[in-house]
Design a protein around this ligand. Structure first.
Ligand SMILES: Cc1cc2nc3c(=O)[nH]c(=O)nc-3n(C[C@H](O)[C@H](O)[C@H](O)COP(=O)(O)OP(=O)(O)OC[C@H]3O[C@@H](n4cnc5c(N)ncnc54)[C@H](O)[C@@H]3O)c2cc1C
Ligand code: SF4
Ligand code: SF4
Length: 578
């Protein structure tokens, strides 16, 4: 007999992000009215319910529908959007990699710039967040969890990673929690398992492996979002609710954002996309160069770093939609393909999928119907298909194809898709990042002579450090003038504001599948892009080493190399302000 502990509940949820927030917020008030309510429990991997990284600008249609009386001042760091700008940032350093057409664009834009930035005269409707909100995702999640706790109808447990779904005879029967302190994780048996584990969740991936994926399914578009929360100087003129979307710098492929919160705080971040072909795609240093761009620095200088974080975004949207339901399970949120890459919006979409599932579950409870794939299809999937979310996801489906061919083609493609409601798009095959990333010679060959690349590579191996800093130095990126306040080393950023350390008792959640392959690997993109410097060169030159204490669970390693496994693990909460 198995000595694994087990527990029976009615509904178990995996992950507490906006998607689960929407789900639980929809069902909790109704459960609270029932005489014998079903048991609903949610397990969140991170050691706090404020896990998240995005500094959010959102139209908040779904969120406002759930909270018709919403007063943003009740949510810490939330503000109505009052000013939105789309800026093209020129390269004041001369180090950015710009194609000839981009240089021509720079020359034209440079005729009328303000601090090396040009404000576009108009923001396309599909990008605008009219009437929306600026939020901190961590604070929003925390606020939602407080509302839920007040109902007393559902339980939300942080610090409890879910290892895998329990699947028997083609049905999901619940989940298994991760082993801890040598004790086997508990089996949680449930009539319905709600999978909302975000862009790199192991439970969702396990379902895809077991049940397969729909025809045409593909998840080659990703980005690593890296961001800082900054205390702005007291005389900063920017009002809460100010939103800057930026393109053009630090590399044309890297988009950025600057959102102002109440309390003189701002979220400033970048997205390093899967189509950025550099083999040393560090997001941390690029983020610092971004912040030091003269247009942004005029507001940020004399500010103070409050926290930093990084997290993946699944940007395949509708193309990455898995089977949404099956016997005993339903999928919601970013892992279900809800993020809209045309509008650059994921929170409200994730929330709304949760609401749709919540309404469907209440229908099925009323009917006393079981959570079969068929019943979930006629309730949840039907609601989703009939909603704005599904229609907009169709429009966005191929909107970013053009970036596979280059920055300008990408922008044109996005504009065409947005303007024609998805009828006209650029055709391009979307290759996985590991198939696209170029070798050092291909990528840097024109700017750094081959023998010098080899010399830098050899020296970095000898010193046991990644290549990215030295290659960026060599390309002319200026050194970061660390000031201990705003510009700090990557290691210091890990310690500021957050509590990244892995919770005690769990095993490593990242490992290298074939270590021999790692020993032979020259590209080593895993350590070049690791957001937390958790993957580092081994002292003996063998396979890289992983340090669980530094891992921020961004998931970037997973999508950059097939030889990495990324499983459920504890820790990684950056800061509740993220
Ligand atoms: C830097 C950045 C900026 C962004 N900016 C915006 C923006 O301006 N506007 C916007 O609308 N969207 C933005 N997004 C996207 C947005 O944050 C996501 O689309 C949204 O958070 C998705 O919500 P979700 O609930 O589906 O998943 P998530 O928010 O990813 O939540 C999933 C949760 O599941 C947990 N989990 C994962 N695995 C397990 C497990 N095995 N066991 C238990 N728990 C698990 C995770 O810890 C996490 O808390 C941004 C994202 C980033 C990274
Ligand atoms: S995980 Fe191994 S094979 Fe993959 S990039 Fe890193 S060193 Fe190379
Ligand atoms: S090891 Fe952790 S911090 Fe590094 S890329 Fe992977 S998930 Fe991100």
């Amino acid at each position: 007999m198995s000595d694994r502990p087990a527990m029976e509940v009615d509904i178990v949820c995996v992950g507490f992000g906006p998607a689960t927030g929407g789900f639980l917020h929809t069902i909790a008030p109704r459960l609270a009215e029932m005489e014998a309510p079903p048991t609903v429990i949610c397990y969140e991997r991170a050691d706090g319910l404020a896990f998240g990284v995005s500094g959010v600008a959102t139209r908040a249609r779904g969120i406002r529908a759930s909270f018709p009386e919403l007063d943003p001042s009740q949510i810490p760091m939330a503000a109505p959007i009052h000013e939105e700008k789309l800026l093209y940032l020129l390269d004041p350093t001369g180090a950015s990699r710009r194609s000839v057409p981009v240089r021509m664009l720079d020359a034209i834009a440079g005729l009328a710039h303000d601090n090396h930035a040009v404000e576009l005269p108009w923001i396309p409707g599909f990008l605008r967040k009219d009437g929306g909100l600026v939020l901190s995702i961590g604070q929003f999640n925390q606020w939602v969890s407080e509302q839920l706790m007040m109902t007393g109808a559902v339980q939300v447990w942080p610090g409890m990673p879910v290892a895998e779904p329990l699947i028997e005879k083609g049905a999901v029967l619940g989940v298994r929690l991760a082993d801890q302190n040598g004790e086997p994780g508990m089996d949680i048996r449930a009539a319905l398992t709600v999978v909302a584990d975000g862009p790199v969740g192991p439970v969702g991936r396990r379902l895809d492996e077991h049940f397969g994926v729909p025809p045409g399914f593909e998840r080659n578009d990703w980005a690593v979002g890296s961001k800082m929360v900054v205390e702005l100087p007291s005389d900063c003129p920017l009002a809460p609710g100010t939103v800057f979307h930026t393109i053009g710098f630090p590399e044309p492929d890297i988009f950025g954002f600057f959102y102002v919160h109440p309390g003189n705080l701002a979220s400033v971040g970048i997205f390093v996309p899967s189509w950025f072909d550099s083999p040393v795609r560090t997001s941390y240093r690029y983020l610092q160069h971004y912040m030091m761009h003269p247009f942004l620095w005029q507001y940020l200088k004399r500010g103070k770093l409050r926290s930093w974080g990084a997290k993946s975004l699944q940007e395949s949207g509708r193309r990455g939609e898995p089977w949404l339901v099956g016997d005993g399970y339903a999928r919601i949120g970013e892992g279900s393909g809800s993020t809209n890459v045309l509008s650059g919006s994921g929170v409200d979409e994730a929330w709304s999928t949760g609401v749709q599932l919540g309404e469907s579950v209440l229908d099925l409870m009323r009917e006393k119907s079981p959570y079969t794939g068929e019943n979930l299809k006629r309730t949840y999937v039907r609601r989703r298909r009939e909603s704005w979310l599904d229609k907009e996801s169709r429009v966005a489906e191929n909107a970013r194809n053009g970036f596979q061919r280059g920055f300008l083609t990408g922008l044109i493609g996005m504009g065409m898709a947005g303007m024609t409601r998805g009828r006209v798009t650029v055709h391009a095959s979307r290759r996985a990042s590991q198939d696209r990333v170029r070798s050092m010679e291909e990528y840097f060959g024109r700017r750094i002579p081959q023998p010098e690349i080899s010399r830098i590579e050899k020296q970095c191996h000898t010193d046991g450090v990644p290549l990215h800093d030295r290659l960026m130095d060599r390309l002319g990126w200026p050194p970061i003038p660390f000031d201990g306040e705003m510009l700090v080393s990557h290691q210091d950023a890990l310690l500021i504001g957050g509590k990244v350390q892995g919770a005690a008792g769990f095993g490593d959640h990242v490992w290298f599948v074939d270590r021999e392959m790692c020993e032979l690997c020259r590209r080593r993109i895993c350590l070049e892009m690791c957001s937390g410097e958790a993957i580092a060169p081994a002292k003996d030159g063998g396979a890289p080493v992983f340090d669980r204490e530094k891992c921020v669970h961004c998931g970037a390693c997973l999508w950059n190399c097939d030889n990495i496994q990324f499983a459920a693990g504890g820790g990684g909460l950056h800061s509740a302000e993220n």
